[in-house]
Design a protein around this ligand. Structure first.
Ligand code: 3IX
Length: 146
């Protein structure tokens, strides 16, 4: 619902990995409004969760969000391309401590920190839905198995 291109309700986030960091952009519009002209904080929180979750890819650790804090530092205006950046601050066994920012130019609009927990991909089999084929092997290089 945030970055998935197969989902027509996605928020239009695009990301890529550079070294160990996730960088990206998002451009919110009236569909994502809270007050007129301003992005809804919940949209920013969803973006932050997804952004921090993308760090699981360079970490090569499947994981889920256990807890997340989003600090809103400045209003996020609609119709502006905002920059996204996230990284892993610390790995402590299965605990993956992520941090990230949503910026409008030089202004940090929101910062986030989250604890992700490393899980085996079988975690998602409990829904009864088939896993995407490319998830096979995800986590193969992780040195701390769940
Ligand atoms: C998520 C990816 C899905 C999409 C993937 C798509 C593409 C694949 C490619 C890459 C990924 C890309 C993007 C990511 C996209 C989206 C990101 C969004 C992520 C989500 O939107 S994800 C959904 C919301 N999320 C949940 O649905 C979690 C529900 N939950 C559970 O499934 C369990 O709760 C679990 C597994 C978390 C733990 O359960 P468990 O039994 O395995 O382990 P346990 O409870 O023993 O915890 C072990 C140690 O973590 C500590 N701990 C646990 N929880 C804590 C908390 N809240 N606060 C502080 N500490 C906590 C304990 O205190 C213990 O610490 P200690 O070892 O020191 O005692």
């Amino acid at each position: 619902m945030v970055c998935g291109t197969a989902n027509s309700a996605n928020l239009g986030v695009t990301v890529h990995v550079e070294d160990d960091r996730v960088l990206g952009t998002v451009l919110l519009d009236t569909r994502h409004a809270g007050a007129p002209g301003f992005a809804h904080g919940g949209a920013l929180a969803a973006i932050m969760d997804d952004l921090l979750g993308q760090v699981l890819i360079p970490l090569d650790r499947p994981g889920v969000t256990a807890t997340m804090t989003v600090d809103f530092h400045a209003p996020a205006l609609l119709g502006r391309t905002m920059d996204l950046e996230a990284w892993c601050e610390r790995v402590d066994g299965r605990k993956l401590h992520m941090r990230g920012e949503i910026r409008d130019g030089e202004t940090v609009v929101a910062s986030g920190s989250a604890l992700f927990i490393h899980v085996d991909v079988s975690h998602w089999e409990t829904s009864g839905h088939a896993l995407p084929p490319h998830w096979a092997g995800w986590g193969a290089t992780a040195d701390s198995k769940p």
